[in-house]
Design a protein around this ligand. Structure first.
Ligand code: PLP
Length: 495
């Protein structure tokens, strides 16, 4: 299976090259040439299997230059009991007959980013070998809070790799910041940027496309790649869990094989919900994809009007990992919905870069509305939803998951759709203790890590062991820069 660019559909690179490069040189996103199909027999084979086996079987369809044995080994390493606190890896928690929650935060950093970032470093290491690469890869990451930690955790001390993470100085929770600045590993670096996530992400994209930086780094024996969801190696491992959740529901007698489910996903960069779209395109019986935003509601408006307009205030919310106004992965969706029309996609992306907005064709707008429903949830409703799920179901959810739960309810009220619906739970409530405590009516006593015990005492839920272990860790990083200074930081890091 080869990969093309959303801005040049004639380009062809192998899977290993796509994972290694992260982003196409033309600024486009690398995307599989065709979407492999799964049928009922495939799903029936998956039903009795473990998560690791399901993951390897799905990956094998896309990564044809990796062997099946290789992929199974990677899946065992990524999702084993040393890394995940449940053998189910991504368990489905049932709330009622038609409502289920897919828990994606049982990995080492307590956010769904682990699902892909425990896999990507292995795919990338193998890609370096397969392509005969002798330079060291430097992963540049812009993070809205969770990707940075999960990427460092995945890449720490992986040979032939370095990793530099940029996070918005005032845009992440205290637990998230502590997780990042205490990260161990000789090859990692972390820097706070004066700005928001979009500033950090634009800075990283600018460094990627700067030929003078690239050649300076090449002389020192480095090249750049990405662990953000612009890298196909991030999207692919996120597709498994939708297929896996479907198989779990069938296995547990909660869904007849072949019947459709809706997925509702709390969305920022549009990576997670794009993976759900690919699962659907592969043939998984999926109805609507419900795209949930916080009050950074650029996607809600886009899905309703066909106009993407980032010219609006940026809000820092209690669900910081979704505080994003430029959702990079939309580009892959537009490419697919346009019938792989690279010129059309280039046009949209040029006007996004120039005017901060674009309007899609009527054909794309109709296709979007057929596949997706968009809604958003403000701060007060997010808190109220956490409180309500805790009271009504005895189920504690984090701020991002609450946005999804709330928008799922809005969708049901608006449409009357009774289809079985799975909403994604993307982070442990322990990453956002202060907001979660307040939402269940408890005054937070202290800040940051001090609140882990309080949330545990109040709710009786277990503290994720890696978060509890942060308490004894020393701060290793204190670096900060202005938006314009990110290049310097990278050049100094790769001396
Ligand atoms: C990253 C993240 C999201 C948003 O996912 P995207 O793939 O960027 O849309 C939602 N919730 C949490 C907790 C996250 O870390």
């Amino acid at each position: 299976m080869n990969y093309l660019s959303t801005r040049d559909s004639a380009l062809r690179v192998s899977a290993a090259q796509a994972v290694k490069l992260g982003l196409s040189r033309d600024g486009g996103l690398l995307t599989p040439v065709t979407v492999p199909q799964i049928d009922r027999a495939f799903l029936e084979r998956m039903v009795p299997l473990r998560y690791q086996d399901r993951a390897a079987a799905v990956m094998a369809l896309y990564l044809t230059d990796y062997t099946e044995a290789e992929l199974l080994t990677f899946a065992e390493n990524a999702y084993g009991p040393e890394k995940f606190d449940t053998l189910a890896v991504a368990p489905v928690h049932t709330l009622d007959e038609t409502t289920h929650c897919l828990e994606l935060w049982h990995g080492p950093t307590s956010a769904f980013k682990d699902m892909a970032l425990q896999m990507l470093p292995q795919l990338l290491s193998a890609a370096l070998k397969k392509t005969g690469e002798d330079k060291t890869v430097c992963i540049l990451v812009a993070t809205s809070g969770d990707t940075g930690k999960a990427a460092m955790e995945g890449f720490a001390d992986v040979p032939q790799t370095r990793i530099m993470v940029f996070y918005p100085r005032n845009g992440v929770s205290q637990v998230q910041e502590t997780q990042m600045v205490t990260q161990e590993g000789a090859n990692v670096g972390v820097c706070a940027v004066e700005g928001n996530f979009d500033d950090a992400q634009s800075g990283v994209k600018r460094i990627f496309s700067d030929e003078s930086i690239r050649s300076a780094l090449a002389e020192r024996g480095f090249f750049l790649s990405s662990a953000n969801s612009i890298n196909w190696g991030r999207i692919l491992p996120q597709g498994f869990y939708y297929i896996s959740a479907y198989c779990d529901l069938v296995r547990d007698g909660k869904l007849p094989m072949g019947e459709q489910v809706n997925f509702c996903v709390p969305t920022g960069n549009f990576g997670d919900i794009l993976a759900a779209y690919y699962a659907k395109r592969m043939g998984l019986p999926v109805g609507k994809l419900i795209c949930a935003s916080n009050c950074n509601d650029v996607l809600t408006d886009f899905l309703h009007t066909g106009v993407y307009d980032r010219n609006r205030p940026f809000h820092n919310t209690m669900s910081p990992s979704m505080d994003i106004l430029i959702s990079s992965n939309l580009e892959r969706l537009l490419f697919d919905l346009s019938g792989e029309n690279d010129a059309e996609v280039r046009g949209y992306m040029e006007s996004l870069a120039k005017d901060g907005k674009y309007e899609v064709s009527d054909a794309i707008k109709a296709a979007l509305q057929e596949q997706y429903w968009g809604g958003f949830c403000g701060e007060a409703d997010t808190a109220a939803t956490i409180g309500r799920y805790y009271r009504d179901y005895g189920y504690l959810i984090d701020t991002h998951t609450a946005v999804a739960a709330n928008v799922m309810e809005q969708y049901r009220t608006a449409t009357g759709d009774k289809t079985v619906t799975v909403f994604a739970s993307t982070a442990s409530p322990y990453k956002f203790c202060d907001s979660v405590l307040a939402a269940i009516g408890v005054t937070p006593a202290g800040e940051g890590l001090e609140l882990l015990d309080q949330l545990h005492t109040v709710t009786g839920t277990p503290v994720p062991r890696r978060l509890a272990a942060l308490k004894g860790k020393a701060r290793r990083f204190d670096l900060a820069c202005e938006k314009a200074g990110m290049d310097r930081v990278v050049l100094d890091f790769l001396k």
